[in-house]
Design a protein around this ligand. Sequence first.
Ligand SMILES: [Zn+2]
Length: 125
Amino acid sequence: MIFEQINGYIQSFFYYIFIALLIAYLFLSRKSQERKKALVFFFWGIIFFLVMIAAVLTVAYGLPSYLPTVFFVLLAGTSLTLYRERFFPFKFKCRKCGAKLKSNEIMLEKDYLCADCSNDEGSEE
Ligand SMILES: [Zn+2]
């Protein structure tokens, strides 16, 4: 019963998550200095899209209702463990001094350096 409910959520919400991730991808691919970070959203978009398709097919063919959930967990789990660099390359702390980074430094800039450290590096060059 619970999985049927989850499938319902998947079918009604994953489409919007998919669209939101694609928009984030398009936005970041213009803004971010690193294409890799934009692609993260694209890859996650694909995962959500595939799971949504799986939920639709499960209902259409009367397959066991836990399949889409299992599929999602497997897909997200293997992506994060085997392809961590691709699916979650973000670092939240400065590479040099360990200070907490601001969201735009995480998402848009290249080297995971805080403002102070990237100024230092800029003046060394
Ligand atoms: Zn720093």
